[in-house]
Design a protein around this ligand. Structure first.
Ligand code: NDP
Length: 247
């Protein structure tokens, strides 16, 4: 992570939306972005968790965040269009988005995955990302240094038995990132993926309930890369899927 060091004020003045900001990696990223000077927009489905993130950021003396409660499962294009208008009218602009919210779904074989649980995972992990990105892109394109960071997974690069809809959704995330990155290559918007690797969060515990968690990296350990890809230092990086824990 040495190559990803950023200055303490690297995100000063930036406005960054973080999905899944109430827990896990998204929560830590929101706090770290705020600590580095950003005004963060905290998006998630559980208001009490978003408020806890908000309180931690305010207690640090970082810029006051905003909260957008939204369940990606039920959100429509209209929700995202309204959200973009609200951000523009209240905050004036948007520089970046970290898509961290994710749905693990049911781990099972493809043969045993029912359509309902497949579509639930695809809605949260893929369709919502597509709709939100599309609605926010006009705002992000106005930024001096627009950034969009998606969250991938090792099973989004090489399929693995039992990871079913989740793995398929992460392959789709890589495809969305690559396609958009190519479209943005002549703009100031940079689009990349982070593969966090095994990280000590509630989602990891659901996927590996018997695992000893002490050995796992924490969300805080991953932050140098999360900060770097949001900073002006990453202007040359586009269309990459970067492992936060390279082997
Ligand atoms: P967590 O479960 O700890 O946090 C996920 C966050 O996403 C939660 O705040 C959750 O909200 C939110 N979220 C889930 N579904 C929705 C929804 N329908 N609408 C709005 N918000 C929602 O997961 P992680 O921090 O571990 O995961 C973050 C990202 O990293 C995910 O995309 C995941 O796939 C990816 N990842 C994680 C790895 C790991 O080892 N942890 C490894 C590889 C990839 P709520 O708090 O309300 O539940």
């Amino acid at each position: 992570m040495q190559q990803y060091q950023v200055d303490a004020d690297a995100l000063n003045g930036k406005i960054i939306l973080v999905t899944g900001a109430g827990d896990g990696i998204g929560k830590q990223a929101a706090i770290s972005y705020a600590e580095h000077g950003a005004t963060v927009v905290l998006l998630g489905r559980t208001v009490a968790k978003l408020e806890a993130t908000y309180d931690e950021i305010v207690a640090l003396g970082a810029p006051q965040p905003a909260i957008i409660p939204l369940d990606l499962q039920g959100a429509t294009e209209k929700h995202y269009e309204d959200m973009a208008s609200t951000i523009e009218s209240t905050l004036g602009r948007l520089d970046a988005v970290l898509h961290s919210a994710g749905e693990l779904g049911v781990l099972s074989t493809i043969e045993q995955t029912d359509l309902e649980s497949f579509e639930k995972v695809m809605k949260v992990n893929v369709t919502s990302h597509f709709m939100m990105t599309k609605a926010l892109l006009p705002l992000i394109k106005k930024s001096e240094q627009g950034r969009i960071v998606f969250t991938s997974s090792s099973v989004g690069k090489k399929g693995r038995a039992f990871w079913s809809a989740y793995a398929i959704s992460k392959f789709a995330t890589e495809g969305l990132m690559q396609t958009l990155a190519d479209e943005m290559s002549n703009t100031r918007v940079r689009v990349n993926c982070i593969n966090p690797g095994a990280t000590r969060t509630a989602m990891r515990a659901r996927a590996y309930p018997a695992e000893e968690t002490e050995q796992l990296k924490t969300p805080l350990d991953l932050m140098p890369l999360y900060l770097y890809l949001m900073s002006d230092q990453s202007a040359d990086i586009n269309g990459q899927s970067i492992d936060a824990q390279p082997k």
